[in-house]
Design a protein around this ligand. Structure first.
Ligand code: NAG
Length: 323
């Protein structure tokens, strides 16, 4: 029997979102604009949270960290996807593909846990308001952020340890715009059934358990305010509605793709756009436009950076030449 050459696949071909040429141009413009909005919107949140002392509270620290996750989440595959819209050969090297798999699991895993932390923060604020400051102190916040990254890291390392056992020897067309693990696992040529099971179980446990924690905490909060007053209920509900919308749009696609990955549907890659592009843009929109303190802080930043400079702030040379 011939020796099997395991190193045949040195790169993967990404089929992208669509094969239509006109659509590619449209997507290029659309996603470029969206990507710029994601980066600017989330950067603005991070700047507001770090520079404005009225936003130095646990909720906003977590929100700032969520924005950082969002920028990472939107940046590991989207710029390449955007560049690929204009290129004939949409290929990615083998190691690039593995890197994308590692990063998406790091960022989505971390973001899931961070969303749970944010829900916990709201739970403490609404259900234990008198102990809020002592429970959600600085070190709790830092711990929650570190735990988020740690869970993301453990999750991605375990996914990678399954992935390295896959053997690729021929087919290398990934029907998506980035290397999504279930799609890549489908290309493995030796029997990969057990590995696929492990991948599903790993992602499934993480997304289903964080999702049920979130739903439980929202339920507890809503039941608690229900018994307080209808005014409190209305206020809590408007805060939570934002959270719940993010959670549904983020977890829905993840659970759909990862919990039933054995049959891949054409709609999968559309759903993948949700967690790579749409959730990162949703967070700034939802948390900023609906939040007065945040709007005020952003207004200050805009005023600082986008108004014409006062003469006294100009460099000396410019001042002299003005006289
Ligand atoms: C992230 O959370 C930490 C810990 O609370 C905080 O010190 C930091 O400012 C946050 N980062 C951003 C960008 O908000």
């Amino acid at each position: 029997m011939d020796k099997i050459n395991y190193s045949v696949v040195s790169e993967f071909v990404l089929l992208g979102l669509s094969s239509s040429q006109e659509l590619q141009y449209f997507f290029f413009v659309f996603f470029s604009a969206l990507y710029i909005a994601i980066v600017l919107g989330n950067l603005l949140i991070i700047m507001a949270v770090t520079s404005d002392s009225s936003l130095h509270s646990p909720m906003y620290f977590l929100l700032g960290n969520l924005s950082f996750f969002d920028i990472c989440q939107a940046s590991f595959a989207t710029p390449k996807m955007i560049a690929d819209f204009l290129s004939e050969h949409k290929t990615i090297s083998f190691s690039g593909c593995i890197a994308q798999i590692a990063l998406i699991h790091l960022f989505t895993g971390g973001e899931m846990v961070l969303l749970v932390s944010m829900a916990y923060d709201r739970y403490v604020a609404i259900c234990k308001p008198l102990h809020y400051m002592s429970i959600m102190n600085r070190s709790t916040c830092t711990a929650l952020v570190i735990i988020s990254w740690a869970v993301g890291l453990v999750h991605t390392l375990s996914q990678l340890s399954f992935t390295v056992t896959l053997v690729f020897c021929g087919p290398n067309e990934v029907d998506s715009f980035f290397c999504d693990l279930p799609r890549v696992a489908k290309l493995a040529c030796l029997d990969s059934y057990n590995t696929e099971i492990l991948i599903v179980v790993n992602s499934g446990i993480l997304s289903l358990s964080t999702f049920s924690l979130l739903v439980t905490s929202y339920a507890i909060v809503l039941v608690t305010v229900w018994f307080k007053s209808s005014a409190a209920m209305a206020k809590a509900f408007s805060t939570l509605a934002a959270h719940i919308m993010v959670v549904v749009l983020f977890f829905g696609p993840c659970i759909f793709i990862y919990v039933w990955p054995f049959t891949t549907y054409p709609v999968d890659k559309i759903l993948a756009i949700f967690y790579t592009v749409f959730t990162p843009i949703l967070n700034p929109i939802i948390y900023t436009l609906r939040n007065r303190d945040m709007k005020v802080a952003m207004g200050k930043i805009a005023a600082r950076y986008f108004r014409p400079p006062k003469i006294s702030e100009m460099p000396l040379v410019a001042r002299i030449s003005l006289h």
